[in-house]
Design a protein around this ligand. Structure first.
Ligand SMILES: [Zn+2]
Length: 286
């Protein structure tokens, strides 16, 4: 199904650009939004067990389970930032919560009964087995009441969808007045994209369907009704092991070798805070 209108400003004025072999993306001539105008018919079909554990690190998660502990540090930092925004804790909904790592951190920090929403049947089952409150569904299919949540998090989620305004409007309705949305997503305007061009690791055909810059994520939030909107580059905590594992995509032999050395010399668990080309954005429900 062709999507020949900008998902943000709805104009039909756009140009194609090549984001890889056989990967054409549309870029809006008016607002700069970038999207895949020929997305899969059922975009969520791919998020099953092999998505969370595979040997092709550009798509899905490679060694997700090993990376878990490291992701947890990132989630913890984000939740602490949210506590500053909210002046405390509140009822949290993590949309696209995957296996529930962020919810685990929230519980650990003392957040009361954090909730998750996730399309993957496999991930929901996994998270429930960890004792987390996670429901299978998305922002259009769920049983939550409007005006329920103090904080809604969409972490590396919105780029997997085709209609960001509809997603954000759905989140807006679920927030209490005064509640906050927090988003992370790849930053199309960032340094790594400028450097790597079509080799940029966030270009994921059939998986990432919309691509944002600091400006377009702001526009999307404003068009969805949010106030106090801000966007800025963000960093992630990562281990040596995770970094080498990701770089295997570019240089399999070299980085498999370095990974083996790191494990042998036991520095694979060392953690860095890295700017990997993501952005974070905040918005408040009036
Ligand atoms: Zn546009």
């Amino acid at each position: 199904m062709q999507k020949n209108h900008c998902p943000l400003c709805h104009t039909d004025k756009f140009n194609y650009y090549k984001a890889g072999d056989d990967y054409l993306l549309a870029k809006c001539s008016e607002c700069g939004m970038v999207w895949d105008n020929n997305p899969p018919v059922n975009p969520t079909a791919i998020y099953q067990e092999d998505y969370y554990n595979n040997d092709f690190p550009k798509g899905g998660y490679s060694n997700y389970f090993q990376g878990m502990k490291i992701n947890s540090q990132t989630f913890r930092k984000r939740l602490l930032k949210a506590e500053t925004k909210l002046s405390g804790q509140g009822l949290l909904l993590d949309v696209g919560c995957a296996l529930g790592d962020c919810l685990e951190q929230a519980k650990d920090l003392g957040w009361d009964n954090p909730q998750g929403l996730e399309v993957s049947k496999y991930a929901v089952k996994f998270a429930k087995n960890r004792g987390l409150s996670v429901y299978q569904g998305d922002l259009f299919n769920h049983n939550f009441e409007p005006n329920s949540f103090d904080l809604i998090m969409l972490q590396d989620m919105i780029e997997h969808t085709t209609d960001p305004i509809a997603q954000l409007t759905g989140a807006y309705q679920l927030l209490k007045p005064g509640g906050w949305i927090f988003i992370t997503t790849p930053n199309l305007g960032g340094f790594w994209h400028k450097l790597l061009g079509s080799l940029w690791y966030h270009y994921k055909p059939a998986e990432h369907l919309t691509y944002f810059s600091l400006d377009t994520i702001k526009l999307a939030l404003e068009k969805s009704g949010f106030s106090d909107v801000e966007s800025k580059p963000t960093n992630n905590s990562m281990s040596v092991e995770y970094i080498f594992d990701r770089l295997k995509y570019y240089q399999p032999t070299l980085f498999s070798f370095l990974l083996r050395i790191a494990r042998t010399l036991n520095f694979h668990k060392l953690v860095f805070s890295l700017w990997i080309g993501e952005l974070e954005a905040w918005g408040k429900k009036k």
